[in-house]
Design a protein around this ligand. Structure first.
Ligand code: B1M
Length: 213
């Protein structure tokens, strides 16, 4: 088996230390951070996701796989974040109310910080009031919402409305993302930007902050 296949298989078994060690091995073999992320870690997580859907594994197995994924991200972090000229800008980032998925959000945070943005992570299950309060407190340029469930993505609309009701809608760029979210959905709820992955979310946030500077 290749190191990438080992990473995927070990992640599925929830072997956090072994996943981390094999990510380090893949880095030493010269594989790119993006390849390790997409073809090792995320490939394994997608297999777990499919089994979860078919009731072949349950929440505890998925949780230990998620813990293994987080362990594998540790050595990848310095490579995923780009170097070079640092951007400036303030982002409030969270997973919306009712939603506990945070791996994608954490990747978005990692990539944004790598680009020099100041990211205030308000965590998971974040209410629209919490987004508004943080946007005001930190004088945010960008409010970024993540959702992984079709049942929680509509909470993003509540965030847009809450920012409007608080009178700060036009002061912030509202970004949305997460597996069930699309550009069409983004437009339909009156948000500004949809990004399909963490790297493009970071690039879009930098561009938005430069525009508002
Ligand atoms: Co849940 N889960 N889960 N889960 N889970 C999914 C999402 C699901 C697709 C599994 C499935 O059925 N195949 C399904 C959702 C179905 C749907 O609504 N369409 C599902 C379900 C149903 C549930 C529960 C309801 C199950 C239950 O209890 N019956 C429950 C809900 C709990 C809740 O949130 N209230 C639940 C629970 C859990 C765990 C807690 C066990 C665990 C989460 C642990 C954690 O996050 N700390 C978990 C996991 C791990 C998954 C899967 C397997 C993996 C998600 C993940 O981390 N992917 C997932 C199946 C799958 O995705 N294959 C599944 C890796 C991550 C890097 O990708 O988060 O998509 P992702 O992030 C991507 C992009 O989406 C994007 O960037 C990242 C890549 O660069 N992105 C953004 C994310 N946020 C962004 C924001 C942006 C821009 C881009 O801008 C702001």
């Amino acid at each position: 088996m290749s190191t990438l296949e080992d990473i995927s298989a070990l992640l599925q078994k929830g072997k956090a230390n072994d996943v981390k060690a094999n990510v380090e091995k893949a880095i030493a073999e010269g594989l790119s951070a993006r390849t390790i992320l997409e073809e090792g870690l995320m490939a394994g997580m997608n297999i777990i996701g499919g089994k979860f859907k078919r009731n072949e594994v349950y929440v505890p197995e998925v949780l230990i796989a998620a813990r293994a994924m987080n362990a594998g991200l540790v050595p990848l972090k310095p490579l995923l974040v780009s170097s070079g000229v640092k951007a400036t800008g303030i982002v409030v980032l969270g997973t919306v109310k009712g939603d506990l998925h945070d791996i994608g959000k954490n990747l978005v945070k990692m990539m944004m910080e790598g680009k020099g943005l100041e990211v205030h992570d308000i965590g998971v299950d974040a209410t629209s009031d919490k987004f508004v309060a943080a946007a005001k407190e930190f004088n945010a340029d960008v409010v970024a919402c993540s959702a992984l469930l079709t049942t929680t993505m509509n909470e993003m609309k509540s965030v847009v409305e809450a920012l409007r009701n608080a009178g700060i809608r036009d002061k912030v760029t509202i970004m949305v993302g997460g597996a069930p979210v699309t550009d069409t959905f983004c437009k339909s709820i009156g948000a500004d930007l949809y990004s399909p992955d963490a790297a493009s979310a970071a690039e879009a946030a930098v561009a938005a902050c430069q525009k508002s500077a």
